[in-house]
Design a binder for this molecule. Structure first.
Ligand code: PLP
Length: 407
């Protein structure tokens, strides 16, 4: 018997991580599983990054790193913001953490009082609500609509803000829908935020390099410089450089906030391993042109998966402009019957059916706050993607939708 705090009782083990563990068990049993569940880009890490980290290790750079990150790395990150985003930060306004996940945790832990609210547009990345709850805050969901790519509208934002709101989370390109906010859309949201001066914005830009033309990446602090004192811009190395296992991310924003986040980090994890930071520094030195192929690879795959998904029966989805996800509305299949006589009661049951009967992993929209839906990620090789869609097609065709109850 363990004792759990009230806070922890509200907290689930990361559902996406639980699926990863379940799939690993099935593969160990010899099942030929194709996973469209991953949030991992799955490309090799560029060689200069590995070499720089190895050299740092061999030089014996294993002493305790500064909490907010090595000065040289904070300078390089400030230069990245200047070069890529036209954002001017002093190095002290930059903090490096153990993944952007921890950076986001630091921000909320440093600022939320019990019961204060964070507006989270839904669907959302699974961890946002739990990180808010763990920090004593209360998520307030603003439900997006498929017609608008599930993006939050100015009116929905305005309606979600209360006197207790401390933060709004924006994420573009977006997990789980692949939607991208244009500069114009961000300007319209900025108009609302100007009227609510007590609201800060956490802009999670981790999928920045995966923005597909003609869509263009835009970030709030650059679109509305007058709001910069209330914006924390978060980014990381996991997607751009496939460094998810190296656990490093960063943020830049108002100095007082960055210092407060550093205080949290100093008591929770200390600074990121110096060896990882050496790799990150080498990553930022790679000319952008050498990494452009990654965006192009995913833009091409996007076309393929959109085509494949359009052929599935009873499915609707917004065309993604970035990241590596498709978010399928599966309402037409809820209540359908399987050949074995079972009922697909919700999207969790549908994802289970796809996994158990067709060996393909998808994640239910219920995890992401907008159901019934399935999130498909297209990070696996092209042959597997075709096979996965063939299996999903067979699975959906096997369902009897006559006489189903409306969901
Ligand atoms: N933000 C979003 C929207 C994500 O999808 C993820 C990971 O999947 C993260 C943040 C966390 O990334 P990391 O902690 O690896 O930097």
């Amino acid at each position: 018997m363990v004792f759990l705090s009230g806070r922890l009782e509200q907290l689930a083990f990361s559902q996406t991580m639980a699926v990863i563990e379940r799939v690993a068990r099935k593969r160990a049993e010899g099942r030929d599983i194709i996973s469209l569940g991953a949030g991992e880009i799955g490309l090799p890490i560029p060689e200069p990054i590995r070499r720089a980290a190895a050299e740092a290790a061999l030089r014996g750079e294993e002493r305790s790193p500064p909490v907010e990150g090595l000065a040289v790395l904070r300078r390089a990150i400030a230069a990245k913001f200047e070069r890529d985003n036209a954002l001017a930060f002093r190095p002290e306004q930059v903090i490096v953490g153990n993944g952007s996940k921890q950076v986001i945790y630091n921000a909320f832990a440093a600022t939320l009082n019990d019961g204060e609210e964070v507006v989270i547009p839904a669907p959302y990345w699974v961890s946002y609500p739990d990180i808010v709850r763990l920090s004593g805050g209360r998520p307030r969901f603003a439900q997006g609509r498929i017609e608008n790519g599930y993006k939050i509208t100015p009116a929905a934002l305005d309606a979600a803000i209360t006197p207790r709101t401390r933060w709004l989370i924006l994420n573009s390109p977006h997990n789980p829908t692949g939607s991208v906010y244009s500069a114009e859309e961000l300007s319209e949201l900025a108009e609302i935020l100007r009227r609510h001066r007590h609201v800060f914005v956490l802009s999670d830009d981790i999928y920045e390099p995966l923005t597909f033309a003609p869509a263009r990446f835009a970030t709030l602090a650059a679109v509305a410089p007058d709001l910069a004192e209330r914006v924390l811009t978060v980014n990381g190395f996991s997607k751009r450089f496939s460094m998810i296992g190296w656990r490093i991310g960063y943020a830049a924003g108002p100095l007082a906030l960055i210092e407060a986040m550093g205080r949290v980090q100093s008591q929770v994890t200390s600074g990121v391993a110096t060896i990882t930071q050496a790799g990150a520094l080498a990553a930022l030195a790679i000319p952008r042109a050498e990494l452009d192929w990654i965006g192009m690879l995913f833009a091409t795959r996007r076309e393929r998966v959109v085509e494949e998904a359009s052929r599935l029966p009873g499915i609707a989805f917004p065309r993604p402009d970035g990241a590596f996800y498709l978010y399928l509305d599966v309402a037409a299949h809820i209540g359908a019957r399987t050949p074995e006589g079972g009922t697909i009661g919700d999207d969790v049951a549908l994802a289970d059916y796809l996994l158990e009967a067709f060996d393909v992993v998808t994640l239910p929209g219920s995890y992401f706050g907008t159901a019934p839906a399935l999130r498909l990620s297209y990070t696996c090789p092209d042959e597997q993607i075709s096979e996965a869609f063939a299996r999903i097609g067979r699975a959906l065709a096997s369902l009897d939708r006559t006489g189903r109850r409306a969901a």
